[in-house]
Design a protein around this ligand. Structure first.
Ligand code: SAM
Length: 526
């Protein structure tokens, strides 16, 4: 319903404008009238960007109760869809923020505390009105100058604004974000994902010999066939087995010789000790492909080095994401946004890196990550130019792995061979220095993990992440002038790098993640 010029509030039948009430708010807000919009929230002083100005508790109405009563009243101008189809009314100042298509306030629904947190997205000047973005489908005629320039065919974001209850039941099923509802196993089409995936390699590249990326691994010849099963069993328990080699077959047969793949040299720098009673020859090092073969030609090329798994996919196809996993990513992205604020409150740069517990059991097992890890950028507090959030996180996880010996207790640790050089190996030095009881391939830094970062990592961090063997990163804010994941460069795309990780960019506002509100100085390297 269009609001009448000068009316105090939409839906009100009063003809005279009452005085705006005083609001005791130490964050610099006051209530006043806004031309053509009724009451609004204004700044009583200059408020810096990224400042929380209001936390409003919400009053929740059951769906049926609201359908029957609420929507026939003035409440309908103030309520919006909460989770589970309930309708929410923001108390405090929350219900008085007017709409703008160019908002200076972002908000986050906090389902845990049933409240909404409103934060400035830029500096607000004294006397300026503070507005949020209600979404693309407005139920009133926006005041002059506020008209939406979004075409009628543009999809409703369904969540980006305070979605009003529709007469049909589509929104009443708790679809504060449609992606959240439904079968968690269902695969979500790539274009519907809340992030854009950056493609790193063309499948054609697979068919070139020089494009086969290799890594060094320990292998051992097994002269007697009857020892193969014993060795396969031993390998499983030895701690040498790593998920990073799952694209390769375990055994290579050349003529009468069978050779067993043991572990990457990067994870195990010295030759691993083998069961003595089998009298096997010494392990040695060979080069093997780093990834499965996507095409038949590539299979032939790669299998020249070592028998490789053939994993064809449709051209350009990326790993499928289920709805449940999207929800997991959304929770992680929300954590990042929350922690950015906490970092800022703690006086740090508002840049955060976060590794959640992996979504699926298999990865949890393989990575042994059963707790989330979060790091802030601590360049300011530590006066140290290298303390970027991503670097801090890699370091935290490495420290955790080095100090954790829980997994090692159950598995016998292979001892170094007797002919190790007199000088201590890097692994032994690490053990001695850190007091760690062991180090093995499955503990290799960020292998198999997804890293969420508030800002696209700089070139230095992008390179460090490459060394960390992280599986993929998802960032919220692109850094066009400093980013190493598509901004000024794309490090994992570079020729000659020995690992590639996936890169995804969260779409602005998707799932209520107000990416704009996280903007930092474009020249800052994150
Ligand atoms: C949540 S209330 C905001 C507070 C309201 N102005 C008041 O005085 O109570 C939403 C209502 O404010 C009005 N409104 C908000 N933004 C507007 C805009 N950009 N242009 C015109 N009216 C607006 C509409 O009538 C809408 O139904």
């Amino acid at each position: 319903m269009p609001s009448r010029e000068g009316s105090p509030a939409a839906g009100s039948s009063r003809l005279t404008t009452p005085k705006a009430p005083q609001h005791l708010n130490s964050t610099g807000c006051y209530i006043s009238y806004s031309e053509g919009k009724g009451r609004g929230v204004f700044a009583s002083r200059e408020i810096p960007a990224h400042t929380p100005v209001e936390i409003s508790p919400v009053l929740l109405f059951e769906k049926e109760e609201y359908q029957e009563h609420g929507r026939h009243t003035v409440l309908d101008h103030y309520t919006f869809v909460w989770r589970d189809g309930r309708m929410a009314l923001a108390l405090g100042l929350g219900s008085l923020f007017n709409h703008s298509r160019d908002p200076n306030i972002s908000y986050i629904l906090d389902h845990d505390t049933e409240s909404i947190r409103y934060t400035t997205t830029r500096t607000i000047h004294t006397g300026e009105e503070m507005c949020i973005f209600y979404g693309h489908k407005l139920w009133f005629e926006p005041a002059e100058g506020e008209g939406s320039n979004i075409g009628v065919d543009d999809p409703d974001d369904g969540w980006g604004g305070l979605s009003r209850l529709q007469d049909d039941t589509t929104l009443s099923q708790g679809q504060d974000w449609p992606l959240l509802e439904g079968d968690p196993e269902e695969i979500i089409a790539d274009e519907q994902l809340p992030f854009t995936r950056i493609k790193l390699i063309d499948d054609e590249e697979e068919d070139l010999l020089e494009a086969v990326r290799l890594e060094r691994v320990w292998v051992v010849d097994i002269p007697e066939q009857r020892h193969i099963t014993t060795m396969l069993k031993w390998l499983k328990q030895s701690g040498l087995d790593t998920p990073t080699l799952s694209h390769l077959k375990r055994i290579r047969k050349l003529g009468t010789t069978s050779t067993l793949l043991l572990t990457p040299v990067s994870a195990w720098p010295t030759a691993p000790a083998l069961p003595e009673d089998l009298h096997l020859p010494e392990p040695y090092v060979v080069d093997v492909p780093r990834s499965a073969a996507l095409t038949q030609i590539s299979l032939k090329l790669k299998s020249n080095f070592w028998p490789t798994i053939y994993a064809p996919r449709k051209k350009g196809e990326l790993e499928p994401w289920s709805r449940g996993k999207v929800r997991w990513a959304w929770e992680a992205a929300k954590t990042v946004v929350r922690e950015v604020q906490n970092a800022k409150d703690a006086g740090e740069l508002p840049i955060v890196a976060y590794v959640p517990v992996p979504y699926d059991e298999e990865t949890k097992q393989a990575t042994q990550i059963t707790q989330p890890f979060i790091s802030y950028d601590t360049r300011q507090s530590l006066s140290h130019p290298l303390r970027h959030a991503a670097l801090n996180l890699v370091r935290r996880i490495a420290d955790h792995r080095a100090s954790s010996n829980t997994a090692s207790e159950a598995i016998p640790v292979p001892t170094p061979p007797v002919d190790v050089p007199a000088a201590p190996s890097p692994v032994e030095t690490l053990k001695a220095n850190s007091g760690a009881s062991r180090q093995n391939g499955s503990h290799y830094l960020l292998t198999g993990l997804t890293l969420f970062v508030s800002h696209e990592p700089c070139i230095m961090c992008s390179m460090a992440l490459l060394h960390s063997r992280v599986k993929e990163i998802i960032y919220l804010v692109p850094m066009e002038k400093t980013g190493g994941c598509g901004g000024v460069a794309c490090v994992p795309k570079l020729e000659g790098v020995n690992h590639r990780y996936g890169i995804s960019r969260w779409k602005p506002r998707e799932g209520g993640i107000m990416v704009d509100s996280l903007q930092i100085d474009a020249a800052t390297d994150a």
